[in-house]
Design a protein around this ligand. Structure first.
Ligand code: PEP
Ligand code: MN
Length: 341
């Protein structure tokens, strides 16, 4: 980090600044230019409040040289992280497909879809029990009962399960859940992220509707700073001016995230497009550009789905997507080799 001081800084204020920076365990390297003095800060600057520094009377400007996230940063952890949930590993060349309905509706539905997606090659089962819905009058999920049904499907098929938490108070119900999902709407629920940092569970962190990749990585950092390094990132589309699709799938996020972080990156083409026929081309593209996995919504009868039927695939359509994805896999862009070189 570089601090550019204003001309002729007040000596007392400069002394206070230097003491404060040293108190943060940073080494300060001053250099005198023709008009301004620069301070080079060496050490872990992730805890420095850049806005506070910028607001000081004697400071002209501050430039970050290093990203404000450390645990998630590829620079400090060159090798891809491999995260294992319920015996299934993702990252570092391990590609996984998480599939299942938007919401868990009945025991028959979740167990049937679980068998069908497993048969088609999915390696993890998804299903929402706590649903973040735009309308308070829409189906809100079966909540605790939904989790019980999801665990029945896990028992029946052996598939590890991924499901969304919406509030800290729900955490005790997630003991047997393999991967806890933080949805787009909760990406910056910092209290929730902090608490998940104290669980030993893998976390699937979805990108917020209007969040930058740096903000996504800072949210991952919240979880990791608490001691839980098992974070899987998910690109699920962002909100733009385009209305033809539910969201705009930012596939450039995949190579960018793979460069910036060692964490696995999965893509959700279902929520990204909101349209079932678009899931296949986007799943193929996401696989080709180096994603570590996919999350796809599948329903035994999409027209009757209680949530997100328009973007849900039938089991047959999902099988077709899996065939294409499997054909692409050997040709997919391989980031591990690039970053481990
Ligand atoms: C979901 O995966 O069920 C979901 C609600 O997704 P998102 O948080 O990405 O909207
Ligand atoms: Mn959904």
């Amino acid at each position: 980090m570089i601090v550019i001081l204003k001309k002729n800084p007040n000596e007392k204020q400069l002394e206070n600044l230097l003491d404060w920076l040293k108190g943060l365990n940073l080494t300060v390297h001053p250099s005198q230019g023709a008009t301004h003095t620069l301070l080079g800060l060496v050490g872990d600057t992730s805890a420095v409040d850049i806005d506070l520094l910028r607001a000081l009377d004697i400071v002209e400007d501050v430039k970050r040289v290093q990203e404000p996230y450390k645990n998630a940063n590829r620079k400090f952890h060159e090798e891809d992280s491999v995260i294992t949930a319920g015996g299934v590993s993702i990252g570092g060349g391990n590609f996984q497909v998480i599939a299942g309905p938007c919401s868990i509706e009945t025991e028959e539905q979740i167990c049937l879809v679980a068998r069908q997606v497993k048969e088609a090659g999915a390696t993890m089962l998804r299903g929402g029990a706590f649903k973040p819905r735009t309308s308070p009058y829409a189906f809100q999920g079966l909540r605790g009962h939904g989790l019980d049904l999801l665990l029945l499907a896990k028992k029946e098929t052996g598939l590890p399960v991924v499901t969304e938490i919406m509030d800290l108070s729900q955490l005790p119900l997630f003991d047997e859940v393999d991967v806890i999902q933080v949805g787009a709407r909760n990406m910056q629920n910092f209290e929730l992220l902090k608490e998940l940092g104290h669980t030993g569970k893998p976390i699937l962190l979805k990108r917020g509707l209007a969040n930058t990749l740096q903000e996504l990585l800072m949210s991952a950092e919240y979880i990791m700073a608490g001691g839980n390094s098992q974070v899987i990132l998910c690109e699920r589309g962002i909100r733009t001016f385009e209305t033809a699709t539910r969201n705009t799938l930012d596939l450039a996020a995949v190579p960018m995230l793979k460069k910036l972080t060692h964490l696995p990156v999965v893509v959700d083409p279902s929520h990204a497009t909101g349209i079932s026929w678009m899931v296949k081309p986007m799943a193929i593209a996401a696989t080709a550009c180096g994603a570590d996995g996919l999350m796809i919504e599948v329903h035994n009868d999409p027209k009757k789905a209680l949530c997100d039927g328009a973007q849900s695939l039938t089991p047959e359509a999902f099988q077709d997507v899996m065939n294409s994805v499997n054909a692409i896999r050997p040709h997919a862009y391989n980031f591990s080799k690039e970053f481990q070189a």
